[in-house]
Design a protein around this ligand. Sequence first.
Ligand SMILES: C[S@@+](CC[C@H](N)C(=O)[O-])C[C@H]1O[C@@H](n2cnc3c(N)ncnc32)[C@H](O)[C@@H]1O
Length: 248
Amino acid sequence: MAPFGVPEIVSAVAAAGSVLDAGCGSARLTLALADAGAVDVVGIDTSRDRLTEGRARVSAHPMGARVKLMERDFDRVLPFPDGRFGAAVSRLALMIATDPIATLRELRRVTEAGGRIITALWAPVNDNPWFALPRSAAAAVVGPNRADYARAFGRLGGLEAATQVHRAAGLADVHAETLRETLDFQDAVALWTWIAGENGHVRRLDAALTVAKRAAVLDELDRLVAEHRQSDGALRLPRAMTLVTATV
Ligand SMILES: C[S@@+](CC[C@H](N)C(=O)[O-])C[C@H]1O[C@@H](n2cnc3c(N)ncnc32)[C@H](O)[C@@H]1O
């Protein structure tokens, strides 16, 4: 199944032949853009580990020849001429930028006039209990400092904040909307195990827990997820992402 928000991002830039993916990670969106018809897709990221994983995925993919991954920093001036791309996208990365307006201005500069810029950000943390509750459970057991990971989660994710930052970068036709889905888990243990697999911060924290502390985290999480428990005992947790579309 496509990662959350990827189909919406891809369809928003479907007409573009060349696309920049800023903060591409392991290139899942980047390859989805190539699959959808873009023939010249460039992904940039600062993480060598993510890029290594991405390059393996690209080289094994039938449309991989359309994709180039580069180690580049979106906090700096991008190494591309003005109007180099037909569109630019960024999924779950803009909130990490040191100066998101400056990053968006760079995306605007390297995108041709009339091209689209599409970004996706996690909605505020309260709309994402699948993420917030495990972090709260960990904080209750190991203390807020040790559980103070992923502070950028939800940053700029409110509709108003997301709209403002794109407008401040000089983009036109800015529209922000909320995408929603639900995640199902058998119980709190399954939620914790899944998020530790998905998120490096949680994985490292989990690996450092003693057996007793881990049991305490799971007990606390079991208590915190109570309002999301279904009649059969399984958990259903909402998650929400803010999708912003704009034009250069
Ligand atoms: C949450 S991941 C999202 C990855 C990918 N866009 C996706 O949707 O799966 C955020 C990515 O932003 C990258 N990143 C963080 N700061 C960056 C920077 N200054 N320049 C480029 N990439 C950056 C991280 O290395 C990471 O791969």
